[in-house]
Design a protein around this ligand. Structure first.
Ligand SMILES: *Cc1c(COP(=O)(O)O)cnc(C)c1O
Length: 448
């Protein structure tokens, strides 16, 4: 499969992020000379001969068989995101939720256990807590503020530790290096959802994470048009180490789910990705369509420029809200006053000399009934869009307690840190002056 070719820059030159965002994984089409990546809108690929077909099925030759397994357009996206994350290989999936599920089902099964941050995206809390629970996979959710909480929750049957670089919607910053060290002491990989930071602002592999997942629906695509997800492998986790080998026999032994292949022995530092592709995505069917892969690739070509603009605008908005008489609190790790500022400085690429903390921030309105004022604020916004998404070029606004986190009860809301008055903004890349103008007039209308 072409997606597992080594796409890292040559030893003679290390390409910068912007160059890789535009070129990694792609070459002009050898058949037609097309410069843009073609959309290979086909289900299947013709074999050269019976022998060629057999060797493809045996995974002895890299090549395409059927687009649920691999596709050349999707492969460009996989190589590109692997390059941007500094990873070894990647697997693209239909959505971010499919990517997380695939990433975890490649290493957990009934009877196994996961330790995860309690502040995860609401959909992920549901996937792990309820969805995986039904499959006999148990998750313990811990407060990620103290990395030792992960250590305390690890059991003999724990097979993964899971967290988010930047929580959604709390925008809390995880100490990836500390949590990775704890996971590795117990012989299990650290899986990080890097959706909110994007690979431009943070590469979790540089801090010891082993597997990265993305909802490419957000900043990678960047325009609110397309659902997609990606799983990336660092290639550094040693599945055969004395601590890990008894925990992951299915990485080492012949696969019952795929032709007796020994994934780690055969594919080495991309064995995990091959297992996720052949045993999980191929079997459970969460493949990404070639058209959607192409749309995400278009977005990624401007990721570096957009992330800088998102960070600048979000910092401008956070400072404006911090000084506003109608605002009771602001939470944005890019602010020097944030309790996460030091970790943000360590983990995030600087933008204009300050840690780039992405475009998501939260705040509360000063009012007798702040929850009601929050709803009125949202109704009063003029061009800010009220919808359940982040990472769009457009500025988006939502009241999590009555929408994305509506299914959580009061205790779960408190554990997730979602206050009743919390407004979440995903600051877009429009003119900053217009964004603060709309916020200001809506704040006045909401408290009038
Ligand atoms: C949106 C989101 C997801 C889920 O991704 P989809 O593409 O919507 O399936 C997972 N994690 C985070 C942090 C998200 O923001």
């Amino acid at each position: 499969m072409s997606s597992e070719k080594d796409s890292r820059p040559g030893a003679d030159h290390d390409y910068g992020f912007g160059t890789r965002a535009i070129h990694a994984g792609a070459v002009p089409d050898p058949a037609t000379g097309a410069r843009a990546t073609p959309i290979h809108q086909t289900t299947s690929f013709v074999f050269d001969s019976a022998e060629h077909a057999a060797s493809l099925f045996n995974l002895q030759t890299f090549g395409n068989v059927y687009s649920r397994i691999s596709n050349p357009t999707v492969a460009v996206l996989e190589e590109r995101v692997a390059s941007l994350e500094g990873g070894r290989a990647a697997l693209a999936c239909a959505t971010g939720m499919a990517a997380q599920m695939t990433a975890l089902l490649a290493i957990v099964k009934a009877g196994d256990h996961i330790v995860a941050a309690s502040t995860l995206y609401g959909g992920t809390v549901g996937q792990l807590g309820i969805g995986f629970g039904r499959l006999g996979i148990e998750t313990t959710f811990v407060d990620p503020e103290d990395p030792d909480n992960f250590r305390r929750a690890i059991r003999p049957n724990t097979r993964a530790v899971y967290g988010e670089t930047l929580g959604n919607p709390l925008v809390n910053v995880l100490d990836i290096e500390a949590v990775a060290a704890i996971a590795h002491q117990h012989g299990v990989p650290l899986v990080i959802d890097n959706t909110v930071a994007s690979p431009y602002l943070c590469n979790p592999f540089a801090f010891g994470a082993d597997i990265v997942v993305h909802s490419a629906t957000k900043y990678l695509g960047g325009h609110g048009t397309t659902m997609a997800g990606v799983v990336v492998e660092s290639g550094k986790f040693d599945w055969g180490s004395p601590l890990a080998r008894d925990k992951f026999p299915e990485m080492l032994e012949p696969s019952r789910a795929y032709h007796g292949v020994k994934f780690y022995e055969t594919f080495g530092d991309f064995g995990y990705t091959m297992k996720a592709r052949m045993e999980v995505n191929r079997t459970f069917g969460g493949a990404l369509s070639p058209l959607n892969a192409w749309l995400i690739l278009q977005g990624i070509e401007t990721l570096h420029l957009r992330m800088q603009a998102h960070c600048r605008n979000a910092l401008h908005v956070a400072r404006f809200l911090g000084d506003h008489p109608l605002v009771s609190w602001v939470n944005y790790p890019g602010l020097e006053s944030s309790r996460h500022h030091a970790l943000a400085t360590k983990q995030f690429r600087p933008v204009d000399g300050l840690p780039g903390a992405s475009g998501v921030l939260t705040f509360g309105i000063k009012a007798d009934d702040p929850a009601r004022a929050g709803e009125r604020f949202i109704d009063a916004c003029q061009f800010l869009s009220h919808l359940a998404n982040i990472g769009d070029a457009k500025t988006l606004v939502i009241h999590p307690a009555s929408t994305t986190h509506r299914q959580l009860d009061a205790a779960e809301l408190a554990r997730a840190g979602v206050r009743p008055d919390m407004i979440r903004l995903s600051v877009g890349i429009e003119d900053a002056a217009d964004i603060v103008w709309d916020i200001d007039q809506a704040l006045r209308a909401a408290t009038r």
